[in-house]
Write a protein that binds this ligand. Structure first.
Ligand code: 0A1
Ligand code: ZN
Length: 877
């Protein structure tokens, strides 16, 4: 263990910066050995700060070597500054001055992928959240906004493309043969939005004409072999630009917008001003190499980063506790965009399913934190599902409470009021409140209270008076550091349905409608409805109008009714899920008790009628027929028995498959897609149902299905179908699974993104000696520990390998812990994210829980990065 442990920083300690930087002039002399960075910072004391004698404290990193520092033209001797804990401290300063720093860095040795580093043959940067300090000394905090001018000097024969934020203002050949390019970004920005890219890249050009008729140049850069895979991203970018104008009135502000794809990247993508940098896995797409899911992901991420230009860049965060200000809002914006481009209901189901599986688990675990955290040790650990996805749900609830029109007034006011500022979540809510007149005082608790609220609903119908009463009780469970919670302001969308499935138009507070918005604000509240002609079945929380766990004692018949007839498509899916969850929970109990498994409900009949209902969107049918995931069932469990969950799912799948064999065979034929591949809702829907049908069909044991799987694998003209066939073969024990896996690797070995899919599938394959197989894969030519995508694929795949990961002897956990320790030395962000499965130890069955805990303790006994230290120490607390 380390001598002194890293300490936390607190939101309550926030102070405005004592100094500001009006202008930042940077020069990079890029080189394979040592890169020289010279900065000229035009600084002044902040008039809003009360600390008017405070020393100047600039953030740096252990990887930044200071060569010289000068104030105005005075070179500071070593006695006039101090270097303490990677900070540069200068005690005596004027009120206005130019600070010049010369620093040396070695991007080629930067394995953390924060700051300036190398990916393949190029130089690139990642500065969010605190990466800029690994480039040079700076006030590396988002409330210091500065106008950047960047000069890049490099050998243009190796690095012909030299990019930074804003507009290129000059390019010249120097006497020493190097090329010098200058970029200027007129919009003040924090250092986390700075970017630089240089390399030998190809470009695809396009243009976009904005609503005020300005022509914007659009450029996407990749390495030469990938330039044929950017057309889809370019079209997605143009759709995003148009959508943001139409829906939010937001126009792009520079004359050029650039995107660069890099292979080595810790996250998905980054919204640097005018120069977005993408993980190539989130940008490149072609029908032969990319699945439908990835197409949609590329579109959503292109949109997300573009939307940040307003929600994040023009208006940014005051401090990192406010991260959800930009992320929650931008996720809400990208979700709405994708819903508009494709199917609203399908998109909502996918997003909610993800939230309920992964964010709810985070909220129930040791790292649970509010959407606006009150403290952190390492900010990189807070790019979480809570900040992003639950943050988006908060914005969605504001949208629901205000209505679309008022919400738009609120966003207009927010952008107008705060353009060019670094602000807080409170400022966002204030704009929404001021523009709409809706009181959001209590609502703001959503930002500060962690944990998933539980709502219990009971009802009573009085036939005589035709009144119906719903009682809603809310409670938010304790989370680390927050033992007690206050009631939240929760919007609950509701409809009532009669026994034949028709919507009932009823009266509530004098308002007659077939849908009502209940505003739950008390711990317990009663809502009364009149003119209710018959005893209704309530359709609660339509569209998942709040991120809560809702319980109501539905009978199977009620759920079947909602599944077949609810006017709300989302709740039809939800009813189907609930039916399957109920059945699976019974099966899990049987498995834990060592009993023979047997079905207790009429789920199969419900599924049969869905399959035969031609009026339904095939995508919705596929979503409903897709059984609740292992991860979701684990989240729901009080105590997780991974193998019992797996056994229950397999059993149910087999029962459904055998009972509906002919239906699945028929659905498979019926939903074939003809014509050229298109990543459009209709075709994606058909492919998803067709491939789901194929997996059930194979599971049914029909030999004909075996041949169809191989035929589809061999003849597919798109990756969605080819990879579906391969995964089905691998996960359903097809006797040709090995051959197909080999053939797939042979076919795609030169396409790294496809190889990553192969790595993931191979690692998730359940077989006797799975750990040995995964260990061998780490030595395979296809693997590379330096590449985050490959690490995520292999170890992520392994995490899904239930039998191997959760071995009772703890060897699966030990294997993961070993990898975490190795990776922590190279790339703490990636290492920290890999810890997640181990943090769930308290909920695991006792025999597994002790083994997980032992691995956490073993990790803890090492010298750790702040990132891993925070996650492991909080998990053990
Ligand atoms: N702001 C980006 C996400 C991002 C965050 C951190 C990164 O490096 C540590 C990189 C990207 C987004 O929301 O897309
Ligand atoms: Zn974002």
């Amino acid at each position: 263990m380390k001598e002194s442990q890293p300490s936390a920083i607190y939101l309550k300690d926030y102070k405005v910066p004592p100094f500001l930087i009006d202008k930042t002039e940077l020069t990079f002399e890029l080189d394979e050995a040592t890169t020289v960075v010279t900065s000229k910072l035009h600084m002044r004391r902040n008039p809003d700060s009360t600390e008017n004698t405070a020393p100047l404290v600039l953030d740096g990193g252990e990887d930044v070597k200071l060569v010289a520092v000068a104030m105005d033209d005075y070179v500071l001797p070593s006695g006039e500054y101090q270097l303490v804990d990677n900070q540069l401290i200068i005690t005596a300063t004027a009120d206005n001055f130019v600070l010049t720093c010369e620093t040396l860095i070695e991007p080629q040795n930067n394995t953390r992928l924060e700051g300036l580093y190398r990916s393949s043959s190029m130089f690139c940067t990642q500065c969010e959240a605190e990466g800029f300090r690994h480039i040079t000394y700076y006030l590396d905090r988002p409330d210091v906004m500065s106008v950047f001018t960047t000069r890049i000097i490099a050998d243009a024969t190796k690095y012909p493309v030299m990019l930074s934020n804003g507009n290129e203002i000059s390019r010249e050949l120097q006497e020493d043969g190097k090329t010098s390019v200058v970029w200027h970004d007129p919009f003040p920005k924090p250092a986390y939005l700075f970017a630089l890219v240089s390399g030998n890249l190809e470009v695809k050009n396009d243009t976009f004409v904005t609503q005020s008729q300005r022509e914007v140049k659009l450029q996407i850069f990749t390495e030469a072999h990938n330039i044929d895979k950017v057309d889809y991203a370019m079209e997605a970018l143009k759709r995003s630009m148009r959508w943001d104008e139409d829906v939010y009135g937001r126009e792009y502000d520079l004359d050029i917008f650039m995107i660069v794809a890099v292979d080595d990247f810790n996250m998905g993508a980054m919204e640097n001003k005018g120069l977005n940098i993408f993980n190539s896995s989130c940008l490149l797409a072609s029908p032969e190499t990319t699945t439908d899911d990835t197409y949609l992901r590329v579109e959503a991420i292109v949109a997300h980063e573009y939307f940040h230009n307003w929600s994040g860049n023009r208006v940014t965060c005051r401090d990192w506790f406010q991260l959800s200000l930009k992320e929650g809002f931008t996720v809400f914006r990208d979700q709405s965009f994708s819903a508009d481009m494709h199917s609203d209901t399908v998109k909502r189901v996918e997003d909610v399913s993800f939230l309920k599986t992964a964010q709810f688990a985070e909220d129930a675990g040791p790292m649970a934190h509010p959407v606006r955290p009150a403290s952190f040790i390492e900010i990189s650990n807070f790019y979480t599902l809570t900040v992003y996805e639950k943050g988006a749900e908060i914005v969605r609830m504001i949208h629901t409470l205000l209505g679309a029109e008022n919400f738009r007034k609120g966003s207009d006011l927010y952008f107008e009021r705060h353009d060019g500022q670094a602000v807080t979540c409170d400022d966002f809510v204030a704009a929404m409140q001021d523009a709409s007149g809706v009181d959001l005082t209590q609502f703001k608790r959503w930002y500060s209270q962690a944990g998933t609220p539980q709502i219990r609903v009971t009802d009573e119908y009085d036939a005589q008076s035709q009144t119906y009463q719903l009682t809603l009780q809310q409670e938010t469970p304790a989370t680390p550091g927050q033992p007690t919670k206050l009631p939240l302001h929760i919007p609950v969308r509701l409809g009532l349905i009669d026994e034949s499935g028709n919507a009932l138009s009823v009266s509530s507070s004098g308002h007659v409608s077939d849908e009502h918005l209940l505003e739950l604000t008390e711990a317990e509240q009663v809502f009364e409805f009149t003119q209710v002609a018959t005893k209704p079945v309530p359709s609660l929380l339509r569209g998942f109008s709040a991120p809560v766990k809702l319980s109501y004692d539905y009978s199977s018949a009620d759920l079947l009714l909602l599944l077949s007839s609810d006017q709300d498509g989302f709740n039809r899916w939800n009813a189907g899920q609930q039916l399957a969850v109920n059945e699976l929970n019974t099966l899990i109990e049987q498995a834990v008790a060592g009993e023979t498994l047997s079905l207790t409900s009429n789920l199969v009949e419900g599924f049969k009628s869905l399959l035969q209902d031609a009026s339904l969107d095939p995508a919705m049918v596929a979503l409903i027929l897709n059984l609740p995931s292992q991860a979701y069932l684990s989240e729901l469990a009080q105590v997780i028995h991974p193998n019992a969950i797996k056994q229950a799912r397999q059993y149910l799948k087999k029962q459904i498959a055998e009972s509906l064999q002919a239906d699945f065979a028929q659905a498979y034929q019926q939903h074939q897609v003809t014509g050229q591949y298109q990543a459009e809702a209709k075709d994606i829907a058909s492919r998803s149902l067709k491939n789901l049908a194929l997996s059930y069909w194979l599971e049914s044991g029909d030999d004909a299905a075996k041949q169809v799987v191989v035929a589809q694998f061999e003849s597919a003209d798109n990756m969605t179908d080819q990879f579906a066939a391969l995964s089905i073969a691998v996960h359903h024990g097809h006797d040709k699974a090995d051959d197909l896996l080999d053939a797939f690797y042979q076919q795609w070995q030169n396409e790294p993104l496809v190889v990553n899919k192969w790595l993931m599938l191979s690692a998730s394959r359940e077989q006797e000696d799975a750990i040995a197989k995964v260990t061998a894969l780490m030595e395979h030519e296809a693997f590379d520990l330096k590449n985050p995508n490959k690490v995520r694929s292999l170890l992520g795949g392994f995490g899904q390998n239930i039998a191997a990961f959760h071995q009772v002897d703890g060897s699966g956990y030990q294997f993961l812990a070993d990898q975490i320790l190795v990776l922590d030395k190279r790339n703490p962000q990636i290492a920290s994210r890999l810890c997640t499965p181990l943090t769930r130890w308290k909920k695991m069955a006792p025999e597994l829980s002790v083994k997980m805990k032992a691995e956490l303790e073993r990790i803890m006994a090492n010298e750790l990065s702040k990132d891993v230290y925070e996650v492991i120490s909080k998990s053990l607390a």
